[in-house]
Design a protein around this ligand. Structure first.
Ligand SMILES: [Zn+2]
Length: 405
C-alpha cells in the first residue's frame, strides 16, 4: 500500500470497494490483506476496528511489517470485495481518543501535568499524569477547562511532515518509535495541541460532546485519571439513572438519601444476623439438653428450615454433652435435606460404617471425621428405618457400662 490507507485519508469513510490481494493463516486465524482499507489496525493506544469483508466478520486488525492483516471469522476467496467498518464502535473510539488528546493538552498546558500513558478501555479510558495527587477541586478545574475547549468547536486536523520539518516544530511527543522511517504524522487541535499520532480522530472538538472525569487514584508515583467521553457519558448516565430508579424503589428513598438509607439497612441486617446466630446457639443448647435426658440410647430429631451447619454444630455439642448416646439428626431447607449421625464416645459403634449405612438408607452421601458423620439426604422417607437400624447396631455394639434398653 504505497498511498496512505483510507482510514487515514478519511476517518469518516465507512465502507470501501477494494481487493483482497493476499490470504493467509496466522496461528489458526485466517487473515486477508487488502489493496486498501477503512479498518484501523491496533496501535497508539487505540484498539483495532471491527467490521466485515463482504459477509465475513473481521474479528481483529493488526499491522504486520508493511501490511495490514484483517483476521476473519472464516477464510475468503481472493478478488474484489467491499470492506465495511463497524462505525458505531469506531466513532466511540474517535471520541475517546480525541478526548484524550484534549485532556492531555489541557492537563499539561494549564496545569503542568504531563501525560505518561493512555488506555482506551471497553467501558472507561484513563490517562496517567505525572502528578503525585489530584484533589477534587483539581478534577473540577480540568473538567471545566476541557469543556471550554469542547464548546469552542476547535478544528482537529492531521498532516504529514518530513523528519527535518518535524525537528523544527514544537510538538508534544514522547519521541518517535526507535527505527521510525519516513514522514511523521501530526495531529493538531487548533490553538491547543500539536502531537504525533497515527490514530483516528473526530474533526472538531465539538464532536467529542463532553468529557466526564470519573476519578483519580495514585499509581506508580503519578496519578491515574479515569474518564469517559461523548456517547459513553450519555450511556453511562442512562445506566446510573436506571440503577438509581431501582434503588429508589427498593429503599423507598430519594436519590440524595439512597446511600445513607442503604448503610443503615446494612447495619440493621448485620445486627439481625448476629442476633439470629445468638438465638441459634441458645436453641442448640436447649435441644441438646432435651435430647440428653431422653431415656433412649439412640435418639433422633428433625428440624425444618435448618441446614447442614446447624446439624453439625448440634451433633458436636451432643457428643460432648451425652457421651453414652447416638443421635440421628435430620433437617430440610428449601427442598434440600441433610443428616448428621452423632455418636458419643461410650457407644461402641463404628461411626463411619454406620454413617454410610444411614446415608444409603436416606439415598444420600456423606462423610466425617471423629464422632460426627454428616451429609446430604436424597430424601427422608426412610428416616424411621435408619433410626431402627441404628438401634440394632448400637444394641449389638453395646455401651460400656450399664444398658438402658
Ligand atoms: Zn491520536
Amino acid at each position: 500500500m504505497d498511498m496512505l490507507p483510507a482510514y487515514e485519508r478519511d476517518p469518516y469513510l465507512k465502507e470501501l470497494k477494494t481487493e483482497i490481494v493476499e490470504m493467509g493463516v496466522e496461528g489458526k486465524r485466517p487473515f486477508a490483506v487488502l489493496a486498501d482499507t477503512v479498518l484501523y489496525p491496533e496501535g497508539g493506544g487505540q484498539p483495532a476496528d471491527r467490521g466485515w469483508l463482504g459477509g465475513v466478520e473481521v474479528t481483529d486488525v493488526q499491522r504486520c511489517e508493511a501490511t495490514i492483516r484483517h483476521f476473519l471469522a472464516r477464510p475468503v476467496e481472493a478478488g474484489p470485495v467491499t470492506v465495511r467498518l463497524d462505525w458505531v464502535r469506531r466513532f466511540d473510539h474517535m471520541q475517546q481518543h480525541t478526548g484524550q488528546h484534549l485532556l492531555t493538552a489541557v492537563a499539561a498546558d494549564r496545569f503542568g501535568w504531563p501525560t505518561t500513558a493512555f488506555h482506551l478501555g471497553e467501558r472507561i479510558c484513563d490517562v496517567e499524569l505525572g502528578v503525585a495527587a489530584l484533589a477534587a477541586a483539581d478534577l473540577e478545574a480540568i473538567e471545566g477547562a476541557v469543556a471550554e475547549k469542547i464548546r469552542a468547536a476547535l478544528t482537529v486536523s492531521t498532516r504529514r511532515v518530513t523528519q527535518a520539518e518535524f525537528a523544527t516544530l514544537a510538538v508534544r511527543t514522547r519521541g518517535l518509535p526507535a527505527g521510525h522511517q519516513g514522514d511523521v504524522r501530526l495531529v493538531g487541535i487548533a490553538g491547543t495541541d500539536l502531537n504525533t499520532c497515527g490514530g483516528t480522530h473526530v474533526r472538531s472538538t465539538a464532536e467529542i460532546e463532553v468529557i466526564k472525569l470519573l476519578g483519580a487514584e495514585p499509581m506508580r508515583g503519578g496519578t491515574r485519571l479515569t474518564f469517559v467521553a461523548g456517547g459513553r457519558v450519555r450511556a453511562r448516565l442512562g445506566r446510573h439513572e436506571a440503577r438509581n430508579a431501582r434503588l429508589r424503589a427498593a429503599l423507598g428513598a430519594p436519590d440524595e438519601e439512597i446511600a445513607a438509607v442503604a448503610e443503615t439497612k446494612l447495619e440493621q441486617l448485620q445486627a439481625a444476623e448476629k442476633r439470629a446466630r445468638g438465638l441459634e446457639e441458645e436453641l442448640a443448647a436447649a435441644l441438646v439438653a432435651a435430647l440428653a435426658v431422653d431415656p433412649h440410647r439412640v435418639v433422633s430429631a428433625h428440624f425444618e428450615g435448618k441446614d447442614a451447619a446447624f446439624l453439625q454444630a448440634l451433633g458436636r455439642r451432643l457428643v460432648e454433652r451425652a457421651p453414652a448416646k447416638a443421635a440421628l439428626l435430620t433437617a430440610s431447607d428449601g427442598g434440600r435435606s441433610f443428616f448428621a449421625l452423632a455418636v458419643g464416645e461410650e457407644v461402641r459403634l463404628d461411626v463411619q460404617a454406620a454413617g454410610r449405612e444411614v446415608a444409603a438408607l436416606l439415598a444420600g452421601r456423606g462423610g466425617g471425621a471423629g464422632r460426627v458423620f454428616q451429609g446430604k439426604a436424597g430424601n427422608l422417607a426412610e428416616r424411621e428405618g435408619a433410626v431402627a437400624r441404628l438401634r440394632d447396631l448400637a444394641a449389638i455394639g453395646g455401651v460400656g457400662g450399664k444398658q438402658e434398653e
